[in-house]
Design a protein around this ligand. Sequence first.
Ligand SMILES: NC(=O)c1ccc[n+]([C@@H]2O[C@H](COP(=O)([O-])OP(=O)(O)OC[C@H]3O[C@@H](n4cnc5c(N)ncnc54)[C@H](OP(=O)(O)O)[C@@H]3O)[C@@H](O)[C@H]2O)c1
Length: 297
Amino acid sequence: MESPFKADALKGKVALLTGGGSGIGFEISTQFGNHGASIAIMGRRKNVLDDAVSSLRSLGIPAVGFEGDVRKKEDAQRVVEATVKHFGKLDILVNGAAGNFLVSAEDLSPNGFKTVMDIDSVGTFTMCHEALPYLKKGGPGRTSSSGGFILNISATLHYTASWYQIHVSAAKAAVDATTRNLALEWGTDYDIRVNGIAPGPIGDTPGMSKLVPEEINNNVREDMPLYKLGTRWDIAMAAVYLASDAGKYVNGSILPVDGGLWLSKPRHLPKDAVKRFSRSVENRSRAKPDGVPTSKL
Ligand SMILES: NC(=O)c1ccc[n+]([C@@H]2O[C@H](COP(=O)([O-])OP(=O)(O)OC[C@H]3O[C@@H](n4cnc5c(N)ncnc54)[C@H](OP(=O)(O)O)[C@@H]3O)[C@@H](O)[C@H]2O)c1
């Protein structure tokens, strides 16, 4: 689908994306590149990075991949520095790296819980911390008079509670808290905007194939308020909006892009039935109210 944004919306920007070589992260890499940004992607699997970089380059997007694990401070530091060395500066950091698997709380080991916290929550903070010197207003290589931009990808799982996702819910809650607190501190001190996107179920992603595997005969579309899954494009367009000047006064916001799913409840009554019944139900309840005491006098 064609982008509604101008092709130069991110012209001259340099973006580093953790998890930018696959799924949602790769689509954000592509759309940032299509809108004028140069792209560095970080991940652990070299073959994924290589494929992603050659796909981006085939579209004419300046791109480079760096192997690294967001759980390791030295990797975070090395990749941030390598990005600045390669492209001369850093304007945008996207934290998309995450781990996920379905498991009941009872069967989840504390170590499994910690692994996801380490990747999603601590990893996000570590990357932000290492990028801070380059993102802040006046940082090395920055030509713009403003600070840079951080985008943290979370989820909506923790808005309520989610089956078999206690580890990810806890980790993404911490990511959202990190987004808000950095927006407050670094927005004020360094003119860095920090925002989040909370995707709902997004089709054709590694996340969805793990969380809603083929083995589950599900009706996921039927339960969606818009009767459809989101697409990677939907998330990438929200990211372009937030990263571009269109979002220049948006700071500390976490934008759910989930079709309204987290608000939803199953519809027990068809809409036309509400019209049919409501007058007669109202009349009946006035004529013979329930729960109102009747006087014996
Ligand atoms: N798909 C959905 O429906 C959905 C819904 C809500 C939220 N989200 C969020 O959206 C983001 C992308 O999800 P996705 O489904 O598109 O999955 P994905 O492609 O599997 O995203 C995970 C990426 O993170 C990288 N990664 C994982 N651990 C890492 C580590 N320790 N260090 C560096 N990189 C690491 C992975 O590469 P390597 O394995 O090569 O390191 C991979 O590229 C995630 O933050 C996810 O929680 C997705």
